[in-house]
Design a protein around this ligand. Structure first.
Ligand code: KG4
Ligand code: ZN
Length: 360
């Protein structure tokens, strides 16, 4: 279980990692221990800044991160009652993501690491999502089959250990979160779209609007959501359907695609004890329910992190740092001249597939 404790007088026994996340539109800082306690965390969303543009504007995001990060780091240290010398390492997202924002967080992490003489851990944002279920669930061991569904990615991964990720499927065009966001825009629901589409879908009939299930039954392992989004646009423009029915039918079509592709991944690979979901779209209750049913059918455990750990946060980055430290006792930190990476695949061996987004 994730627990939050405040006002510590003394440093905890377990190692403590300070995490910094700034790869998209959330500025986040957290202190997490190796025994799975979130000592303190803060998240500042930039929703208001980006809402007028219907999506994240990179320049605005980078400036907002730069303004907010330093006071947030100070506040999180205060919340936990810890000074920097009690922290064992500084973990910062080093990519993938919007490069200006990533640079702000990474440079801040480097400066703290240098000033306090602590190791820097450069974390892949996707690795943060991929390992976040283990922060919340002590019993979740390797390997597990992971569906990583966020605003920039839609992947199925075999998570075989810390730093050991085998990509089994990815999207050839839009990420699933992006499809939710575009559907929200078409239906006039504003930004960010995922939660709004989910809410409206709750009032609609998921079988009212005939929509495609792209790549269903395809032998290729990948996802595609661009055609689904276009079909949503056509359904809306036809004027024949209620918005709630379109939202519900879109959500159902997306879920059917997820189930079909996961079914295929399970059929093609050695069995996994657990099916795990992570990333922003993992906050969707209908998606969680469908995956839980699939896992039950296949005799697998189902693990989904608590909602707050699904969307971007710094606890998952600090936790990935804890995992790296625990995995390699000789790890002395990443080099301070390490570069921020707009693209950084989790599985470097996987083929590059057209369209797999930059946003994480
Ligand atoms: O992981 P995340 O916070 O940021 C990225 O790394 O991309 O994911 C954000 C994405 C957005 O596209 C958002 O619309 C989607 O996750 N999302 C949801 C829900 N909550 C967030 N999609 C569907 N249903 C939700 N409840
Ligand atoms: Zn993310």
């Amino acid at each position: 279980m994730v627990s939050v404790s405040n006002n510590l007088d003394a440093a905890p026994d377990a190692m403590v990692v300070l995490g910094i996340e700034s790869s998209c539109d959330e500025t986040a800082v957290a202190l997490v221990t190796a025994d799975r306690t979130i000592l303190a965390q803060r998240i500042a969303s930039q929703e208001e800044e980006h809402a007028p543009y219907g999506g994240v504007v990179p320049e605005i995001a980078a400036r907002a991160h730069a303004e907010r990060l330093a006071p947030m780091i100070e506040a999180v240290m205060d919340d936990a009652g810890l000074s920097l010398n009690k922290v064992d390492a500084i973990a910062a997202t080093a990519g993938p993501g919007l490069i200006g924002g990533v640079m702000v967080g990474l440079v801040s992490g480097k400066a703290l690491a240098m000033a306090a003489d602590k190791p820097l851990i450069a974390v892949n944002h996707l690795e943060g999502h991929a390992l976040s279920p283990r922060l919340a669930d002590e019993a979740l061991g390797f390997p597990y089959l992971l569906l990583l569904v966020s605003g920039g990615h839609c992947q199925i991964l075999a998570v075989e250990g810390v730093g050991q990720y085998r990509r089994l499927a990815t999207t050839i065009d839009d990420a699933l979160g992006e499809a939710f966001d575009k559907t929200a825009k078409i239906l006039g629901l504003g930004y960010p779209g995922g939660p709004a589409v989910e809410q409206l879908a709750g009032e609609g009939d998921p079988h009212a609007v005939p929509l495609p299930r792209p790549l269903r039954k395809s032998k290729e392992p990948h996802f595609s959501f661009a055609g689904l989004k276009s079909a949503v646009l056509r359904a809306h423009e036809s004027g024949e359907h209620k918005r709630a029915d379109i939202a519900a039918s879109f959500q159902q079509a997306a879920i059917d695609c997820l189930l079909d592709r996961l079914d295929q991944a399970l059929a093609k690979n050695a069995p996994f004890p657990a099916l795990v979901v992570a990333g922003g779209v993992a906050a969707n209750r209908a998606v969680r329910r469908a995956l839980e049913n699939l896992a039950a059918q296949k005799g697998m455990r189902f693990v989904a992190p608590p909602m707050a750990l699904c969307t971007d946060n710094a606890a998952m980055i600090a936790w990935a740092g804890c995992e790296r430290l625990a995995d390699d006792p000789n790890f002395a930190g990443d080099p301070l001249d390490l570069k921020a990476r707009p693209r950084w695949p989790l599985d470097p061996e996987a083929d590059i597939v057209r369209g797999a987004g930059v946003k994480a």
